[in-house]
Design a binder for this molecule. Structure first.
Ligand code: ZN
Length: 323
């Protein structure tokens, strides 16, 4: 007897790499100041959490907010959300990439702003580790092979030092074995090991298409809350690809996957992987130009149509911030 497989034999080439990382943070003003002024990312979209309109949703990225360069935050200050615990079952650290030689600039800049930094070598690459105002663990890696464009520059951060995009995220799990095998099926192959770290990448390879798995034995269990990453999103070309992934994960792994959700700038599904990290699969399109021009990106509050009719009321509940 043949068993009829409704899901594809494999989905390994559907995931192209990273799309965005989303974190739960504290205050809106300190968040905007840190990511746009200190790190020099562009605020490419100001909107609200579609599931909680009392909270902003900020998208930071390169000039266009290209998939794989996007870091997004929900500033939950004053909404009764507890401080989180960074640990296993989470994105433990988010890694941004910069060109070779740029870490010295960042080390000096962080010091001038009273931030502590630490250097670490992993896989032969130099990393600079630091934290954001909410306590999120961030780092930068020097990667000369990262040629993603267009890099966003500011008055005091020139192109040669600017952040190019998200390089990778570090996933902390209790048992790396089953997570590595899942990620391999999902589209990320292990390419290098260094102590408790394993580097994985999709067939697109390199910066923006990589994950680092951290053997988290000895770390606390992660608890979602202020100062923790909520999820990491991976990009696909189309909704059809998302549906193939959903069918595959449900059939092959028994993982429960949400229906497709309309995030206005992309379409998404969500699920937890072995090791308990929350993943999203998001379409690369339609992107951030659907409601603003390239020049205007991030310059004013944008709402989806179903919330636009209550704009005045929504705006009243949001703490104002200055750019
Ligand atoms: Zn997301």
């Amino acid at each position: 007897m043949y068993s009829i497989k409704l899901h594809p034999m494999n989905i390994q080439n559907l995931i192209k790499g990273l799309h965005h990382v989303t974190a739960t943070v504290n205050g809106a003003q300190e968040d905007v100041d840190f990511y746009t002024k200190l790190l020099g990312l562009r605020l490419v979209k100001e909107t609200v959490n579609f599931d909680n309109e009392k909270v902003y949703h900020f998208y930071y990225g390169n000039e266009m907010g290209s998939p794989s360069t996007i870091f997004t935050t929900f500033p939950y200050k004053g909404q009764g959300v507890r401080d989180g615990v960074i640990g296993t079952g989470q994105v433990y650290e988010t890694v941004f990439s910069v060109a070779g030689g740029a870490l010295g600039f960042w080390e000096k800049r962080m010091k001038e702003h009273g931030l502590e930094t630490r250097r670490e070598k992993r896989f032969g690459y130099e990393f600079l580790l630091f934290e954001d105002p909410s306590g999120l663990k961030l780092s930068m890696i020097e990667d000369d092979s990262d040629n993603r464009e267009p890099v966003w520059t500011t008055g005091d951060i020139a192109g040669e030092n600017a952040i190019i995009g998200i390089h990778s995220v570090v996933l902390a799990v209790e048992e790396t074995g089953e997570t590595v095998s899942f990620l391999n099926d999902f589209g990320y192959s292990a390419i290098k090991k260094d102590g408790k770290y394993t580097l994985l990448e999709t067939s697109e390879k390199g910066a923006g298409n990589s994950l680092i798995l951290l053997d988290g034995s000895g770390l606390p269990n992660g608890i979602n809350g202020l100062g923790t990453v909520h999820h990491v999103a991976h990009r696909v070309d189309s909704i059809e690809d998302s549906l193939k992934i959903k069918a595959y994960l449900e059939d092959a792994y028994g993982i429960s996957v949400t229906e497709i959700r309309d995030r206005k700038y992309f379409r998404s599904i969500y699920f937890r992987v072995p090791g308990n990290v929350l993943f999203e699969v998001a379409t690369s399109g339609p992107g951030f130009l659907v409601d603003e021009s390239r020049e205007e990106l991030g310059s004013s509050l944008k709402l989806p149509d179903w919330q636009e009719i209550r704009r005045d009321q929504i705006k009243k509940n949001l703490a104002p911030f200055t750019r």
